[in-house]
Design a protein around this ligand. Structure first.
Ligand SMILES: [Zn+2]
Length: 199
């Protein structure tokens, strides 16, 4: 009888700790997309890899000011493979994984922001981030969406991938060239993370 009670208590403890782990994170792993020979989306002299890194730095500063610990998967213009990025993120148990990208497509009309997720906690996080991104930037809402991206699939933590607009769209390209817009974007992501942690 005693062992049954003990194991029940232990079971309850495990259930509690696994439910709480997502909300108790203190580290945000920030993954600036592309880098080095991998430019990502490109239009003239506008490179996705540069925009993503700048936005990542802005996000890092905001999160630090809010008291979070941060890790960046790259800090300048060099190549990091997808498995290396995931491995870096998975080293931190109480963390979330946030990838920053800008979009590109042959259809120059395509526009708007979107946030991708794969796992369940990632879905919740992506919804908070997406709605706060739209609130901060006032741009087209392409919603939070499921995607089987390598980094999202292989992350052990709640993981999301933000697409901050289309390099291939003239209006959005001009907007993302401005530091003010990239700062709004970083603020929207930071707001979303904060709400996710609180709720
Ligand atoms: Zn990209």
């Amino acid at each position: 009888m005693k062992t049954i009670i003990q194991s029940l208590a232990l079971g309850a403890l495990f259930a509690l700790s696994s439910a709480a782990s997502a909300a108790n994170f203190r580290t945000v792993v920030i993954d600036a997309g592309h880098g080095g020979h991998d430019n990502g989306g490109q239009w003239g002299r506008v490179y996705e890899k540069h925009l993503a890194l700048d936005t990542a730095y802005r996000l890092e500063a905001k999160l630090k000011a809010m008291g979070y610990q941060t890790v960046m998967t790259r800090r300048s213009d060099y190549f990091v493979s997808l498995p290396q990025r995931v491995a870096m993120g998975n080293r931190y148990r109480n963390s979330i994984f946030v990838c920053i990208h800008y979009n590109f497509t042959v259809n120059q009309e395509a526009n708007g922001l979107e946030t991708f997720y794969y796992n369940q906690e990632g879905q919740r996080l992506s919804q908070y981030v997406q709605s706060n991104l739209i609130r901060r930037t006032g741009t087209t809402d392409r919603k939070a969406k499921f995607a089987r991206f390598f980094v999202l699939r292989n992350s052990k933590q709640p993981a999301i991938l933000v697409e901050g607009g289309f390099v291939s769209n003239t209006t959005e390209r001009n907007r993302m060239k401005s530091a003010t817009f990239r700062d709004q974007l970083a603020q929207g992501i930071a707001d979303g993370i904060q709400r996710y942690r609180r709720d």
